[in-house]
Design a protein around this ligand. Structure first.
Ligand SMILES: NC(=O)c1ccc[n+]([C@@H]2O[C@H](COP(=O)([O-])OP(=O)(O)OC[C@H]3O[C@@H](n4cnc5c(N)ncnc54)[C@H](OP(=O)(O)O)[C@@H]3O)[C@@H](O)[C@H]2O)c1
Length: 353
């Protein structure tokens, strides 16, 4: 049976507070007094001394909107509850970006850390910069990417303030700026490291040659490349991204590991989707194999990613406490090699050569 049993140490003896979501929003103090927390296995991040849970929690959706003007108290509490649920479920790596609801997602996390400061020592905080929205800073400024030293440094200090922390564990460049000057980025990174406000650096959506160009100017190693990898997006397996992670020991972080939801339990493919037939067959295969392991489709889709020897960390993006807790079970599954290929072939929609 490929499903590994939970260790006794990882099973809370008493469950009441954590299991009763109605208590959650009322008092964080009660939560801490009960100190209930599930363990997840830990893994090294790149060549760093960081040890993260095998799954990360993505905070892009915790404001419940992309418009800060739309955030009300209910949305804020829901976001805080999602972050706390992830913490209690054993996720230690929390992923942000300055642009997520224009900083509000970082602020919501900052509120959680202010209410329960003891959480900070148990988690790693990752955030990103480099994308600028239209209208920033002038009304006619276009949507663009900006890796100028000034923008990187200013963005970092704004994120620190919103999160209410002294140091960011992993600071990532969000999307490749075609005007990137590796030496300029290196000077900004070196300054932030010397100031003690960033521990490690990483990138996102970078092809291997772009990673190498930046790395060539840095005196310290990039530790992550955060890319879109899931069963509907297999490019990283063949475009050199995962090969480079293996070669230089960078950790791949998978964004939208459930494809934004359709791969998760209960998710479906839109009737007018051009790949309706292929994707529906994939979901049928995933359901059948998941049933054999006694787990949900969500868990199977995540465990499939985690089987890769580069130690891909899926960044789970749900704000539903049940979904967040279910996804954490992927930590306990070792997908059989034959099943891994059965799922790959279903995702390709055609046999292997
Ligand atoms: N670097 C980049 O360019 C980039 C781009 C996008 C995202 N990201 C990062 O990746 C993280 C995850 O992205 P994502 O939110 O698109 O990831 P995801 O986990 O693939 O999708 C999450 C979405 O799926 C839905 N969903 C439906 N059924 C689900 C189920 N059974 N279990 C879990 N979720 C289910 C969730 O809704 P419910 O809340 O109702 O469960 C949520 O809306 C983000 O938070 C961010 O940190 C990075």
């Amino acid at each position: 049976m490929p499903v590994k049993a939970l260790s006794a140490a990882s099973i809370p003896v008493e469950l009441p507070i954590f299991m009763d979501s109605s208590v959650f929003g009322k008092s964080v103090a009660i939560l801490r007094a009960n100190s209930l927390r599930w363990d997840m296995k830990l893994q090294k991040i790149g060549v760093s001394d960081l040890r993260s849970s095998r799954l990360s929690y993505g905070c892009m959706r915790v404001a419940g909107t992309w418009d800060p003007a739309d955030i009300d108290q209910e949305k804020r509490e829901k976001g805080k509850k999602a972050i706390l649920t992830a913490y209690e479920a054993g996720y230690t790596l929390f992923d942000h970006a300055d642009i997520y609801c224009r900083g509000a997602c970082e602020e919501i996390h900052g509120e959680v850390l202010k209410e329960i400061p003891s959480i900070r020592k148990d988690i790693q905080i990752a955030t990103k910069c480099g994308i600028r929205f239209p209208g920033d800073p002038n009304p006619d400024s276009p949507h663009r990417y900006d890796f100028s030293a000034t923008h990187i440094e200013e963005s970092c200090h704004k994120s620190l303030t919103r999160l209410g922390v002294d140091q960011i564990d992993i600071y990532q460049l969000h999307r490749p700026d075609l005007l990137m000057d590796p030496a300029e980025v290196a000077s900004a990174f070196t300054k932030l490291k010397a100031q003690g406000v960033v521990k490690y650096f990483g990138v996102s959506n970078f092809l291997p040659s772009f990673v190498s160009a930046l790395q060539s100017q840095l005196d310290f190693p990039l530790v992550v490349n955060q890319v879109e990898i899931h069963l509907g997006r297999l490019d990283c397996f063949t475009d050199g991204t995962l090969d480079q992670c293996l070669e230089v020991t960078m950790t791949p972080l998978s964004w939208s590991p459930l494809g934004g939801g359709w791969l998760g339990t209960g998710g479906t493919v839109a009737a007018d989707h051009p790949e309706l037939e292929k994707r529906t067959a994939l979901l049928d295969t995933l359901d059948a194999i998941a049933m054999g392991y006694g787990v949900s489709r969500t868990v199977m889709a995540l465990a499939w990613l985690m089987k890769h020897p580069s130690h891909i960390i899926p960044i789970v993006g749900s704000c539903n406490p049940d979904h967040i807790k279910d996804a954490a079970k992927a930590d306990e599954i070792d997908v059989d090699r034959e099943d891994w290929y059965r799922i790959l072939v279903a995702a390709r929609g055609k046999p292997l050569p």
